[in-house]
Design a protein around this ligand. Sequence first.
Ligand code: ASP
Length: 347
Amino acid sequence: MTVHDLVASSDRKSVYVCYTGGTIGMQKSRRGYIPEPGFLDEQMNAISVLQGRRMPRWVIHEFEPILDSSNMTPSDWIKVGEDIFTHYDDYDGFIVLHGTDTMSYTASALSFMLRGLRKPVVFTGSQIPLVEVRNDARENLITSLLLAAESRIPEVILYVGDTLLRGNRSTKVSAERFHAFESPNYPPLGHAGVDLQIYRDRLLHLPSEPLQLDRVGGARVADIRLYPGITPDLVRQFLAPPIDGAVMHTYGLGNAPDDPDFLAALREASDRGVVVVNCTQCLEGSVDMEGYATGSGLLDAGVLSGYDMTPEAALTKLYWLLSLRLPRTEVVRLMQTNVRGELTEPA
Ligand code: ASP
């Protein structure tokens, strides 16, 4: 852990940086980019503008081990949540440095796990490591530090490549572009151009409750993508015990085959208590299971609407709600209710 500029004036904000891994701090190896302990801190110390008086003071906490985000699991979400929770009172804002591959999952999970959040938690990373001459890491870092020092952002946000998004509305859309994320069903919360603009009317309201951390653990969640040719038996296997919940990626408005055996496989799972949530494979738009006969069969089989949630938000929300050990009726209700700005309830 490194504390920078301890002699800074008292009005400077302070930001806590959780460094979980990702390309941003990686170094080239013979097998491609790999996370390298201590390397990012060294790099950041060498950038004089990051120590300047116009920047907030920052502290970096490097996780052990630092990971490519493809290796992250729900237990890593808990580690991030605990780190923020432990240091919450001592800092004005938080940054989570994270690989871009699963960043939307962790950002969504944290939005649910951190109840009563009144300070910014900014997820960022990069497509090219900070150590490379041409990179997107430097700008992402500088702007994220400024955003984390902004007092009136009471939510988990994601900043990668000039756009600020709600974490649980974001999804990675490009493996190459610096502008790697979109928020197809909710407008951006801000843009970084000549001015750094935040659209405050799109932010969540300040919560009244104190911060609380809900740990996700013990729930077994599956993710099923429909495709032409998927069989009822395969669906049965996906939803077999010990699965507690699943996100089902359906077609268009939320449609699936209306083959009676396919629907019976879903009905059997929901009768066992499995919570199945319908998210569309389309990037944009909302599920409406009453739009077509192929959708209303799902309703009858006990499948819930995920409305316009991203699959990342739906999956992490399921982990969260199922870990809270609530009665099933409450899980069903909350799954279809907007709790952190993650879905648009139908009028
Ligand atoms: N594979 C990397 C990761 O997610 C990609 C990145 O950081 O952009 O950790």
